[in-house]
Design a protein around this ligand. Structure first.
Ligand SMILES: [Zn+2]
Length: 235
């Protein structure tokens, strides 16, 4: 079995799992083998032992499924409790493949941060624009927040575009980076922000989101401002 690294559901440490040794007897001779169950040629389940606390989890193949569910990565303690709680919930949704839930909670984390930073307005679109206009966040951060908002809005409303695993994980990462810049690595650096977006493909995600928005609005007969929301109910 390949080595699998997770946040252990028992001791909460980042750990590697070792296949559990189990004894078996074949033709009178005793052997120690890894505890693996292969229901067919394509699938294998095995018992992994945390190399820190030694407790067992059930693992499918290369770690695609783990029971009990592996914990998400810890969120920086410098992020205020309520906002960290929102982000942690987004991460928990991610660990159980609840992609729309992940997107909604990532969006909520951004809105909680906007309110905590003193943004005016009742809708997130206005709150983010307000922070940018006051210079509290850079244009790069505003773009990140807008992407989280777009996908979060789709996730929150019936009839919105489907939220894929890639969408959810992209905006979860974006939301956490946004919070890091504001609360952990302040003052925010434009150069660093631009580098982070460009290095992991999220820049193209932003551009794709913008194309979707402008495309939809063009089909509807109007050319919206660059940061227009992607549906009338979006906020
Ligand atoms: Zn452990």
């Amino acid at each position: 079995m390949a080595r699998v690294s997770i946040y252990c559901p028992h001791c909460q440490r980042h750990t590697s799992l070792e296949p559990a040794p189990t004894k078996t007897e074949i033709e009178g001779r005793r052997y120690t083998v890894a505890a693996i169950w292969r229901p067919d040629d394509y699938e294998a389940w095995w018992i992994g032992l945390c190399n820190y606390c030694g407790r067992a989890v059930l693992v499918q193949g290369e770690g695609h499924t783990v029971y009990p569910t592996a914990l998400p990565s810890p969120t920086d303690k410098n992020i205020p409790d309520a906002i960290r709680s929102d982000l942690n919930e987004a991460k928990k949704c991610d660990t159980i493949s609840a992609w729309p839930g992940c997107a909604v909670m990532a969006r909520r984390a951004i809105q909680s941060a906007a309110i905590e930073r003193g943004a005016s307005g009742s809708k997130l679109v206005d709150q983010v624009a307000d922070l940018a206009s006051k210079g509290v966040i850079t244009q790069d951060l505003k773009e990140w927040a807008d992407v989280v908002r777009w996908v979060g809005n789709d996730a929150a409303h019936p009839g919105g575009q489907a939220v894929t695993q890639q969408d959810a994980e992209d905006i979860l990462k974006l939301a956490e980076q946004f919070l890091h810049v504001i609360y952990v690595a302040r003052p925010p650096s434009r150069r660093r922000a631009a580098k982070s977006v460009g290095s992991d493909g999220l820049g193209s995600h932003i551009r794709a989101s913008e194309r979707r928005v402008t495309g939809r609005c063009s089909e509807a007969g109007g050319v919206p401002p660059r940061a227009a929301s992607r549906s009338p109910r979006a906020g």
